[in-house]
Design a protein around this ligand. Sequence first.
Ligand code: BES
Ligand code: MN
Ligand code: ZN
Length: 498
Amino acid sequence: MKIKFVPPRLPKAGTLVLFVADGRKLSPAGMQLDRRSGKALTRALNASRFKGKAEETLAILAPAKLGVARVLLVGSGKADPADRALWRNCGGGVVASLNGTGESEAAVWIEPGDHAAEIAAHVAYGARLRAYRFDKYRTKEKPDQKPSLKTLSVLVADVAAARRLYAPLDKIADGVFFTRDLVSEPANVIYPESLVERAKALTELGVAVEILDEKKMTALGMGALLGVGQGSARPPRLLVMQWHGAEDKKLPPIAFVGKGITFDTGGISIKPAAGMEDMKWDMGGAGAVIGLMMALAGRKAKVNAVGIGALAENMPSGTAQRPGDIVKSLSGQTIEVLNTDAEGRLVLADALWYCQDRFKPRAIIDLATLTGAIIIALGHEHAGLYSNDEKLADQLAAAGKATGETLWRMPLGDAYNKMMDSDAADVKNISGSRDAGSVTAAAFLERFVNKVPWAHLDIAGTAWSSKDKPTVPKGASGFGVRLLNRFVRDNYENAAGK
Ligand code: BES
Ligand code: MN
Ligand code: ZN
């Protein structure tokens, strides 16, 4: 789908999209609508249940004089000009309503006003985010099964301003799409070695990409990460990406670490067969970190950022680690592996320690599809947020609200930490009880961050969506890219590198 910003002139073909505020408020102020067409629209509107609430849509045949084939009315609710999420959702709604109809071109009328350019940019951004589709393996699809919308024109007076505001959003969407692609790919295509190959595309944007293979990781002493990977024919990797966008290239970076289990069978503590296919998404954390680095570099963010992916495939085999094995982590702490299915925390333990030790970051944020328990606690509406730093937690929660990738704060503390004490080693990888399963996982991670301001996002319930949402078609959501891009923009990005 192509997105264009064009001066406001009534289109002569395709679909004209008009926003209608709650209470059936159609106010095409600057529009050169003739009276008869205006009346016909109002009549159609009044004859329907459509009220103009957010996410409502109504398609009607266009009044004869208008020239376009149809008019799509899209509810804009309170129509608050400053509510960007609302306008993004409106843009998503346009794409969702037209893609299955056969319509190939649409033009969205943006009401003139102080915020018009900003509204136009966010409508376009929402439309682009919703238009994502992972269909490369559907080889037999008929044309009328494919999305039909080819061109979306956004009609706005200040075209230049709208384009300028849209440019960085377009780069964020590139990052979101990169993440969605990586997460959607099956595990026979994406495994540690092929994932790092894909990440190398970021070098073109100025990101330094470095790869640690099992030899290097052995030399360093990453026994926890290597233990997870040792059962697979696909060797593990540590992906390290660096973006130096701040004026002072020596400024300590902000760091992001992602769980990248390219497939999680559970290992010897094997998972039940039903639903196991979902575990190709178990690299959603690393996928988000890669997409985030793409977004930051793409829009040339004035920040120094490090992105790390802890990549392994968790398989059962004759070489796999066993329940009861004790491994030595990079931190020096020994870990009793009581359940090989609690593998995400093991790969993160080494990646987190490596990150703080090598980069001395100002803060570390990790993302991981870490526990089924966070889905029990929060469903698919929020990701779990854990942090040892109040300010960091507040900044992340605020970025979540602003982007719609929302977070819910969860606790840490001595009592949970104690539940991870092992009789045989320094720490064990499961508590041995199902109580507070997502919290004890976070408590485990906390032992490997060495006092750096740190936050952990358990994204097991949000990396994938089983239903369509306004700016997220069902499937891989790319959760984390928009959130953390916003977090960086609001708190870490200026010349001084505050
Ligand atoms: N990748 C899973 C967590 C997961 C489950 C993500 C469902 C998305 C959907 C993780 O590696 C895992 O297996 N966790 C176990 C931990 C348990 C063994 C303590 C779990 O949640 O059951
Ligand atoms: Mn697991
Ligand atoms: Zn896992």
